[in-house]
Structures are given as structure tokens and as C-alpha cells.
Design a protein around this ligand. Structure first.
Ligand code: FAD
Ligand code: MLT
Ligand code: ZN
Length: 527
């Protein structure tokens, strides 16, 4: 049973507000289970929500009116973009109303001189990039989910992706944001200026906030020229230390043309081979593989640089074998051995994903240690008697960002107990981050204290309280009950605009008390 008391009159209001039938998926007045399914389940099929209502506004004004109504009526919402997030943040696990950005999909303007794009938050990354490609520009972010993820979702998660090494983080590229606060206020900061030192840079608060303080509806972003010359090489290496040295040399030899340096372990590549049945790029098998990309404006110049680099790493025996793409098709084919990993990992049923930042020298050690831990308790094996199929590592080596993945025959509590908090403690000991680029969502919310101090957490809570008036109105003593923050000191509730409550009777009592107290406060204020 949901605690949101969503009723028919709410639904009627939204239908009236949004006008068209297709803008409201209504599971309140009728059975809409099939239509709601895609919004209730995440890409990994790990998190499940039970929303009965999805709203698909077409304009910032509509988002604003939705949020105001939800705030006034104490209805919780969760923003959802392309629903490709990997930490469960977009899933209505507490039965929130889903506000989908799918119909906010206009490219508003593009300036071919400055390279500044202004677009709705619900534009699909690949669609935007195609628009830019026709004008010789590119979006400063690329990732495997580009065909589905929205640029608003990218900002909300501060996605890193495959070329952060080259274009930097979205914190640097985003010039402006339009967003709607939980009370319906529109934050109109869609600046196209590169320089604007007039006080706090508040747009940054929304980047990586995972929808906790507002729904991003518009984005203004600086886009670089599309590179005219792209080279991709893929090579095999004997050990991780050689991969580390190959990266150091790549920076030295390729400097300004280096656009990606990705690491894949042997296990991840065997997996792609097994699942896709494709022929691997190299004849031999190696414990590690790297994919390196250069992007520039002068092919001859880049070829010469890359040639010099490959000669050096071969002569120094840093790499054992390698292959260089000869055309567009081969470029895509080599990238598929890296970009195809996440999809292949889910092949057996479930996957536990840990996206972590670790200082480079120890980057891969976490994979070995995790594998050893799961082996020592007899959880890994080749047949159905073992829950774990394999432990693999890959990631954005150029950013010290490892993706540790444990592929399983299904989600399994015993496996989870071995992994958490083990992985987080391991990362904390190395002063790493428990979330490099995927965010916290539901998955990592309880573990934020492994990467952030109490002081920083308190500052974050203050900001959330300031911008979410319903949350602020709930008295402190009840905030735990209402699952806002602080089930313990490490917890910081992410991703809920007017609050998230568990379906549990005790919590419902807490919520009831909280709403009563809010009403009393409102009355007092009115007097
Ligand atoms: P969703 O999944 O819909 O939402 C993600 C979070 O943002 C949720 O908390 C949601 O509530 C919030 N949100 C969404 N839209 C808005 C909005 N307009 N305003 C406020 N909050 C909002 N991530 C990387 O960083 N790097 C990668 O290389 C990468 N590769 C991936 C590859 C694959 C195959 C897949 C499936 C995922 C990958 N991801 C990667 C993760 C994911 O694609 C990104 O996090 C992406 O940015 C999410 O965008 P989305 O539109 O799907 O957001
Ligand atoms: C990637 O780099 O492929 C993505 O972040 C997705 C993943 O971690 O699997
Ligand atoms: Zn990644």
C-alpha cells in the first residue's frame, strides 16, 4: 500500500493540466501495469518501483505547475530521464509519481561560432550529438547509453563517460541551467556566457545532484569542434603495471590528441566474446587490454604521433600485441569490445556494479582482492551451484575510474553480504570515492559516509532543506521516520523531491505525524 494517498482527483488535475491523454499514464483509476512497467524497473532489473502515475510534461511551465501541486499536496515525485542510471536513482521505489522528461525534447538553439547549444533536458544524447555532427561539432560527453539517456539525466548524474579525459567534466562545460525547484519555482539560469563571475555559481548545485533539489528542464552547454581525424588502437598487455606505464607514455607522446584511454581485463573481454560470439581483435589472450583513441584535426600529424607512441611501447615491451583501426567500421568494432561490456555482464541474470575512483597504482588491486574474497567463501564457480559467474574490472583508466563488476546468476544476499561494505571500506582506505561517475541513487545512499565527511554531509543536508520546503517543514525528530536523511550519520537521502517514504506501517505513522505537524505550522503561520 502506498503512503502517498494518490487519488483520482489528483489524477484528474494532472490530466487537466497536461491536456492530452498520452501525457499521463494513469494507473490510479485503471490498471496500467504494462504501460508503467518501463518506468518501474531499471536497466539492470535490480530495482523495482510501484508507481501508479507517470507524468510527461511538454514544457518547463508544466513541470513547474506539477511541482507546485505536488508540494502543496505532499505528493512525492522522482524525476526520470532515459532511465539508464545504474544506481536505482530514477526508480520510484517509494511509489513516487514519476515525472518523465521524455517529451521535453526540443533543441532550442545552436550557435555555430561559439559552439553553445541550448536544449531541453529530455533530448536524447545521441540525437543531440547527431544534430551537432551535422554542424561539425560534438557533445562534450559520450557514453554507452547514448541512444537512450537524456542530457538532463547526464547533468543530474554528472556523467563522466568515455572522453572525460579530453573534454573534462560537465561541471566545466555546462554554461547554464533551467530547473524547477520542489515548490514549483523556475530557476532561469540558462546563460550562454562563458564568463560570469557575479556571485555563487548556483547551477553547479544541480549537476550531480541526482534530482534532489530540482528537475532540470533546460541545458546550455559549450560544445567542442568535432574531430576530423580519429584513430583507435587496441592492445594486449601482460600485467596491470604495464597498462599503467602505457598510459603514462600515452600522455607523454600524444598529449593534446589523446581522447580516451580505457582499460579492460581479460575476463571482461572473454565475456564479450562468449556472449556476442564475435571474433576478438587480437589472436592471443592477455590478462589486460587497453583501448586508446586519438582525436584531432590533422590526420597526418595524429598518425605520426600515434605511430611514434606504438613504436615506443612495443620496443619497451610495454604492450604485447596490438591492432590499429583502418576505417570507421573498424573504429566502431574496436570500441564495441569496450562499450559492449555492461550489456554482456547481465547475461547470466544479475550484476553487482561498483564504480569507484582509486589512485592509479592500486586501481586493479580491488578486482583481485574481491575475486579472492568471493573464492575463499566458495561463491564463484562454473555451474549453477555457485551464485557468482565472474569478477571483472574495466573502466576509464585515464580518469582513475574502475568499474568492478560481479556477474551473478541472480541477485543474491549472500554475495551482497560479502561485497558490502567490503568494497567501500577498501576504497575508503585508499582515499578513493565510492562513486566516481554513476552517483549515489538508492544503491549507494547508505554508504556516502565512506567518501564524505560529516561536515560535508551536513552542508548538503542544509542545501536540500533549503530548497525542498516540504522536507524543511518536517520536524527533525521525524525526519528519520520520513526517511529523509539520517537513518544513521552516514545517510543522506538522495533523489526525492518532496520526500520518500518506505511502505512500512511504522513509517506511515511517522509520515502522518509529520503531515499533521506541517498543517499545524501552516495554520499558525496563517494566523
Ligand atoms: P536516469 O537514469 O533517468 O536518471 C538518473 C538520475 O538522475 C536519477 O536520480 C533521476 O532522478 C535523475 N534525473 C534524471 N533526469 C533528471 C532531470 N532532468 N532533472 C533532475 N534529475 C534528473 N554513466 C557514466 O557516468 N559514464 C558512462 O560511461 C556510462 N555508461 C553507461 C553505459 C550503459 C550501457 C548504461 C546502461 C549506463 C551507463 N552510464 C554511464 C549510466 C547512465 O547512463 C548515466 O548515469 C546517465 O547520465 C543517466 O541518464 P538518464 O537520462 O538515463 O537518467
Ligand atoms: C561504462 O563505463 O561502461 C559505464 O560506466 C557502465 C558500467 O559501469 O558498466
Ligand atoms: Zn563508466
Amino acid at each position: 500500500m502506498s503512503v502517498w494517498k494518490l487519488n483520482n482527483s489528483h489524477v484528474q488535475y494532472f490530466k487537466w493540466l497536461l491536456g492530452s491523454e498520452s501525457a499521463v499514464i494513469d494507473g490510479v483509476s485503471k490498471d496500467a501495469t504494462a504501460d508503467l512497467e518501463a518506468f518501474n524497473c531499471d536497466w539492470m532489473r535490480k530495482y523495482r518501483g510501484h508507481t501508479k502515475l507517470v507524468l510527461r510534461p511538454r514544457s518547463t511551465g508544466e513541470v513547474s505547475r506539477i511541482m507546485k501541486y505536488c508540494s502543496d499536496n505532499m505528493l512525492a515525485v522522482v524525476p526520470q530521464g532515459g532511465n539508464t542510471g545504474l544506481v536505482g536513482g530514477s526508480i520510484p521505489v517509494f511509489d513516487e509519481i514519476v515525472v518523465s522528461t521524455a517529451r521535453l525534447n526540443n533543441i532550442r538553439s545552436f550557435d555555430e561560432v561559439s559552439g553553445v547549444l541550448v536544449a531541453d533536458a529530455g533530448c536524447i544524447l545521441e540525437v543531440v550529438d547527431r544534430h551537432l555532427a551535422e554542424r561539425s561539432y560534438t557533445f562534450p560527453l559520450d557514453l554507452g547509453a547514448k541512444g537512450s539517456c537524456h542530457i538532463g539525466g547526464n547533468l543530474a548524474t554528472n556523467a563522466g563517460g568515455l572522453r572525460l579525459l579530453r573534454y573534462g567534466s560537465l561541471h566545466g562545460n555546462v554554461l547554464g541551467i533551467e530547473a524547477v525547484l520542489p515548490n514549483g519555482t523556475v530557476v532561469d539560469e540558462l546563460s550562454t556566457l562563458r564568463k560570469n563571475n557575479t556571485g555563487y555559481d548556483l547551477k553547479q548545485l544541480f549537476i550531480g545532484a541526482e534530482g534532489t533539489i530540482g528537475i532540470i528542464t533546460g541545458v546550455s552547454i559549450l560544445c567542442p569542434q568535432r574531430p576530423k581525424a580519429v584513430n583507435v588502437a587496441y592492445f594486449g598487455l601482460e600485467n596491470f603495471e604495464k597498462a599503467r606505464l602505457a598510459f603514462r607514455e600515452a600522455k607523454r607522446h600524444l598529449s593534446e590528441v589523446l581522447s580516451a584511454f580505457e582499460l579492460m581485463d581479460g575476463g571482461s573481454q572473454d565475456l564479450v566474446e562468449k556472449v556476442t560470439n564475435n571474433r576478438p581483435p587480437l589472436k592471443g589472450k592477455y590478462p589486460f587490454y587497453c583501448l586508446i583513441e586519438t582525436s584531432g584535426s590533422n590526420k597526418e600529424h595524429d598518425d605520426e604521433k600515434l605511430g611514434g607512441y606504438l613504436e615506443f611501447v612495443l620496443n619497451e615491451h610495454l604492450i604485447s600485441d596490438g591492432v590499429l583501426a583502418q576505417d570507421e567500421t573498424q573504429v566502431r568494432s574496436l570500441w564495441s569490445w569496450r562499450e559492449g561490456i555492461p550489456e554482456c555482464l547481465g547475461h547470466w541474470g544479475g550484476v553487482y556494479k561498483y564504480d569507484v575512483s582509486i589512485p592509479l597504482p592500486e586501481l586493479y588491486q580491488l578486482v583481485d582482492d574481491t575475486r579472492a574474497r568471493l573464492s575463499s567463501v566458495g561463491l564463484i564457480g562454473d555451474d549453477e551451484n555457485f551464485p557468482v559467474v565472474g569478477v571483472v574490472g574495466y573502466g576509464h583508466m585515464g580518469d582513475s575510474n574502475l568499474h568492478l563488476n560481479v556477474s551473478t546468476r541472480g541477485f543474491d544476499k549472500e554475495v551482497e553480504k560479502q561485497l558490502e561494505p567490503f568494497v567501500y571500506e577498501w576504497v575508503q582506505k585508499r582515499n578513493g570515492s565510492i562513486s566516481a561517475e554513476h552517483g549515489l541513487g538508492i544503491a549507494k545512499k547508505p554508504f556516502i559516509g565512506y567518501s564524505r565527511s560529516h561536515k560535508m554531509l551536513n552542508m548538503m543536508k542544509d542545501i536540500k532543506n533549503l530548497y525542498d520546503p516540504v522536507r524543511r517543514a518536517i520536524p527533525d525528530g521525524l525526519s528519520t521516520v520520513a526517511n529523509v536523511y539520517n537513518q544513521n550519520e552516514h545517510v543522506f537521502q538522495m533523489n526525492s523531491l518532496t520526500g520518500r517514504i518506505c511502505e512500512n506501517e511504522i513509517l506511515q505513522v511517522g509520515w502522518y505525524l509529520a503531515t499533521r505537524q506541517l498543517e499545524r505550522k501552516k495554520k499558525l503561520r496563517a494566523r
